[in-house]
Design a protein around this ligand. Structure first.
Ligand code: GTP
Ligand code: MG
Length: 617
């Protein structure tokens, strides 16, 4: 048996399709039926006359419920990507595709839904848009079938395609130890606790003793069902309901695993990781990781940041059960964008043993108790009742594995998770500010300190550590998220085009700073002075004494200056003035600016080129 999953944008007709294929409404909650929207995973049983069968997992399309979609996505083998013919691919069509590209999907069928709402021309357009959207994704090359649940058009063709795909899917590792991520827990009167999930591998039989992980609790399987039918034995790919006597419903939650005793839990997972985009991840990134039906907080430590694929260690906040080859995805803490995914390579035994050692646990406890206040190795040694030399060695290892961070001035250590929490709050704040003031260079440490409720000197030490680790950007005294680049509004750009543009008749003549300041005040355009600072910081405008040049003017003036210096070896101010076709009024401050910026060296009335002059931009 195999698991078929739906995916696609909100309202594109996923649940209607499951209903049309199986007769079961996957929207099992009253609220879902009232709102006409899927909030959580739904399940249905698909059966063919010849005995071929599958479980269908229906997911919510709304981005607010993406965590629920993720809890169901890991089990999917055959994907029904639902795209409404009248709307075409939309945001969550693409997001779901990106997520599923990291998981276990083996085959895809694209369902062009609501086909009754479009005419022949629009069908052609919808097909072209779909072909474009799936190129290079897990759905590349998938058949596209137009379907209407209203008229029934295309349903037979879709059933036949699903049947053919199911028959061709390979079985799921029947001899591997069983591993069942739990996605639902409920109590059944007279039976006790029932857990349900997709059995990812192996087999379970009545009477088996399994372990609930990560709690480590032993449980005996009293009875098994697959879509309401009793089974003595179930195997990989089935949607399983297991009755676990002696366990209270309140003791189990989605995200836990019902697994064979072979599985150990670990807080450090070695993985092969493929980033969605290489440029957004530093060496260490706090993440939400999705394994099976679980959402786990942790830190992703990349061996090779920037590489298309890299070994990595995922340090989890708590221990989890995983198996080698298991797929996963990670999202950023805030905003929760997809960062990438991969497969489990193994458990990081070395890191795990370190966690288990009592003196390491004591140091970590002392770190965690200190929250965001950096502590020295000596302070932590005293708090943990550990020799200082041993504390220093443990701290070095915790820093190397991303579980603690070192801060400077004075040297101290902070718990990585406390800092992750702070970073998530800071990032959320920066994103709001960057959205409101896209022209600004970023946010000041003072504003962040106020937002975070921390003293600025402490915050500056923490920010420096975060910036050094490549987890936020620190440029020109401002802090920003890594992906942020300031951009002026059209109105602001028009202003500077008007008041600071190069005069083509007099290319070496600048605008006056006084004039600009007056005009900035007069214009009453929002954010204009910040936009000016941004242009100066990024080199688009250059302040030279009381004058403002365009960056391109300075580059041109510099190349003329260097041409003369290469020819004559030296230059006077009047020689410079003539070379650039300007007046003495501008030439003197310009020469001083070139001195100050390490390009020329003054020797009496003469200037020479510095051997160490920086590269021209
Ligand atoms: N005309 C037409 N409408 C359809 C068809 N299929 C679904 N709809 C309508 O589209 C709306 C959304 O359908 P759902 O099946 O709830 O969509 P969904 O993809 O499950 O939505 P979420 O689970 O919230 O992401 C409902 O009003 C359906 O009646 C179809 O084939 N034709
Ligand atoms: Mg739905």
């Amino acid at each position: 048996m195999h698991v078929v999953g739906t995916a696609g944008h909100v309202d594109h007709g996923k649940s209607s399709l499951v209903r049309a294929l199986t007769g079961t409404d996957p929207d099992r909650w009253l609220e879902e039926r009232v709102r006409g929207m899927t909030l959580d995973l739904g399940f249905a049983h698909l059966r063919f006359p010849d005995g071929v069968e599958a479980g269908i997992v229906d997911v919510p399309g709304h981005e607010r419920f993406l965590h629920n979609m993720l809890a169901g996505a890991a089990g999917m083998e055959l994907l029904l990507l639902v795209v409404a013919a009248n709307e075409g691919p939309a945001a969550q069509t693409l997001e779901h595709l990106a997520i599923l590209g990291y998981l276990n999907v083996r085959r895809t069928i694209v369902v062009l839904s609501k086909i009754d709402l479009v005419d022949t021309d629009e069908r052609g357009l919808a097909r072209a848009l779909v072909a474009d959207a799936i190129r290079g994704t897990v759905a590349d090359g998938a058949p596209v079938i137009g379907v209407s649940t209203r008229s029934g058009e295309g349903l037979d063709e879709l059933r036949a395609a699903i049947h053919a795909a199911l028959v061709a899917l390979p079985p799921r590792a029947p001899n591997a130890p069983p591993f069942l991520p739990i996605d639902r827990v409920f109590a059944l009167a007279g039976h006790g606790t029932i857990v349900t999930g997709t059995l990812m591998q192996g087999q379970i039989a009545i009477g088996d003793t399994l372990v609930l992980q990560p709690s480590g609790r032993d449980v005996r399987v009293r009875s098994l069902q697959v879509f309401g039918e009793k089974h003595d034995r179930v195997s990989g790919g089935m949607r399983v309901a297991a009755n676990l006597p002696g366990v209270d419903v309140a003791e189990i939650a989605r995200g836990e695993v019902l697994a064979a005793p072979e599985f150990r839990t670990t807080a450090a997972v070695r993985v092969r990781f493929r980033p969605l985009r290489g440029d957004l991840l530093g060496r260490r990134t706090p993440v939400r990781a999705y394994f099976g039906s679980a959402e786990l907080l942790g830190t992703l430590a990349l061996d090779a940041p920037g590489a298309a694929e890299s070994g990595a260690t995922l340090f989890l906040r708590g221990a989890a059960a995983v198996f080698p080859g298991q797929t996963f995805v990670v999202r950023r803490l805030s905003p929760k964008t997809l960062l990438g995914g991969g497969t489990v390579a193994g458990l990081d035994a070395a890191a795990d043993d370190a966690v288990d050692a009592p003196d390491v646990a004591a140091i970590r406890g002392a770190l965690s108790a200190a929250g965001l206040t950096p502590k020295t190795a000596a302070e932590l040694a005293a708090a943990a009742n550990v020799r200082e030399q041993r504390a220093a060695a443990i701290l070095a290892e915790l820093v190397a594995s991303g579980r603690a961070l070192a801060v400077a001035r004075p040297v101290g250590y902070v718990d990585a998770l406390a800092l992750d929490g702070l970073l998530a709050r800071i990032e959320a704040f920066m994103r709001v500010r960057q959205h409101e003031h896209p022209w600004a260079l970023g946010v000041t440490s003072l504003a962040i300190a106020r937002e975070a409720g921390l003293a600025e000197p402490l915050l500056l030490r923490l920010l420096a550590s975060l910036a050094e680790d490549g987890r936020l950007a620190h440029r020109h005294g401002y802090y920003a998220t890594l992906d942020f680049a300031p951009a002026l509004t059209g109105e602001q750009r028009a202003f500077f085009e008007r008041y600071a543009a190069v005069d083509p008749q007099a290319p070496a003549v600048p605008a006056s700073l006084d004039m600009l300041v007056t005009e900035i005040k007069r214009a009453k355009i929002a954010g204009l002075s910040q936009a000016f600072d941004t242009l100066v910081a990024t080199g688009a405008l250059v302040k030279v004494g009381g004058d403002v040049y365009r960056g391109s003017q300075i580059a041109e003036i510099r190349s003329r200056l260097e041409a003369v210096l290469r020819r004559d070896k030296q230059i006077t101010v009047s020689g410079f003035r003539d070379a650039i076709g300007s007046s003495r009024k501008y030439a003197v401050p310009l020469m001083e600016w070139f001195d100050a910026n390490g390009i020329t060296l003054r020797n009496g009335d003469l200037r020479v080129l510095r051997a160490s002059a920086p590269e021209a931009r």
